[in-house]
Design a protein. Structure first.
Length: 259
C-alpha cells in the first residue's frame, strides 16, 4: 500500500481536513475535492445505498494527493475486506458499541499476524503491482486507518475499552446519532452532548488515539481541535453544493432587486 499522508500527519501531531461524499458518484468528485484541498475523502455506504461497484469506481478515480476512505454500513468482514481490496486506505465503522466490535474491525482489516484479512496480492489495492508478500502485508497494516464511530449511549459507556483496542486509530463522533441516542436530537450545545464530547476526547488522550468529527464551519472546527479532534471532515458534497448554490442565488436576487 502506498504511503498514507493523513495517518502520518496525525501521528506527528498535525491536523487533517477532508470531506464526505454521499451523493455525487461521478469520476470527478474526488478530484474536485482534492483540488479544493481535501486531504481525504470518505465515501459513504451507510446512508447512500451505493454498491461496492460504485465505491470501486470512486476509489479508482481518487487522485494520489487525496486519501480514499469508506464508511461501511456495518462492522462485518465482507464489507471491511471488500472495500480494502478495492483500494480504500481507511475504513470507518458506524455504531461501534463494544470492544468486540472494535476487535472485529481490526481483525477483518489487518493482514496476518495482526489480523485475519484474506490474502490477495497484485490486485487494485496494490495498484496491480507485484512484490514481496511480507512487505506488502506489513505496509498495508502500517498505512491503513481504522475509524470507530462513537454515536450511541452504549458506545459512550464502552468508549474507554474501544479506545484501548489495538489497531483502532480514530474515535469519530457521529454527532446527529449521538444526540438522538442521548435524547437531545440536534442539540449540540446541550450540556449532555458536550459532556459526551469530553468523554470521547479524554478516552482518546488516555489511549493516544485521534478524535474525529464532521465540522460545520471554521469556529466549530477550531473548538473541536482544542478538544483534541484533529481529524475533521468539512460537511458532505450535497450540503456544500446546496449551500453554495443557495448563497449564490440569494446574492444574485438581492442584486437584481436592488436595481
Amino acid at each position: 500500500m502506498r504511503k498514507n499522508p493523513v495517518r502520518n500527519s496525525l501521528a506527528a501531531g498535525g491536523v487533517s481536513l477532508g470531506t464526505f461524499v454521499f451523493e455525487f458518484n461521478t469520476t470527478g468528485i474526488a478530484r474536485i475535492a482534492a483540488e479544493a484541498g481535501a486531504e481525504f475523502v470518505i465515501f459513504d455506504m451507510e446512508h447512500t445505498g451505493w454498491s461496492v461497484e460504485t465505491i470501486r469506481m470512486l476509489i479508482a478515480t481518487t487522485p494520489e494527493t487525496t486519501v480514499p476512505m469508506v464508511r461501511i454500513p456495518a462492522t462485518q468482514y465482507h464489507f471491511i475486506a471488500r472495500v480494502l481490496d478495492m483500494g480504500a486506505m481507511g475504513v470507518m465503522a458506524p455504531m461501534v458499541e463494544s470492544v468486540e466490535q472494535g476487535e472485529t474491525l481490526v481483525r477483518s482489516a489487518k493482514s496476518p499476524p495482526a489480523g485475519r484479512r484474506g490474502a490477495a496480492f497484485g490486485i487494485s489495492h496494490d495498484d496491480y503491482r507485484g512484490g514481496d508478500i511480507l512487505s506488502t502485508m506489513e505496509s498495508a497494516n502500517r498505512e491503513l486507518m481504522l475509524i470507530a464511530q462513537i454515536e450511541t449511549v452504549a458506545g459512550l459507556e464502552c468508549v474507554d475499552g474501544i479506545a484501548g483496542t489495538d489497531g483502532i486509530d480514530v474515535l469519530w463522533i457521529g454527532h446527529f446519532d449521538l444526540s438522538c441516542s442521548l435524547g437531545i436530537p440536534g442539540q449540540f450545545e446541550h450540556p449532555k452532548f458536550k459532556e459526551a464530547v469530553a468523554l470521547v476526547s479524554n478516552a482518546c488522550r488516555r489511549h493516544n488515539k485521534i478524535g474525529g468529527f464532521m465540522s460545520s464551519g471554521a469556529d466549530n472546527a477550531k473548538w473541536l481541535i482544542e478538544q483534541g479532534f484533529r481529524m475533521q471532515a468539512f460537511g458532505g458534497d450535497l450540503w456544500i453544493y446546496q449551500q453554495a448554490l443557495a448563497d449564490g442565488l440569494r446574492e444574485v436576487r438581492n442584486s437584481v432587486e436592488a436595481d
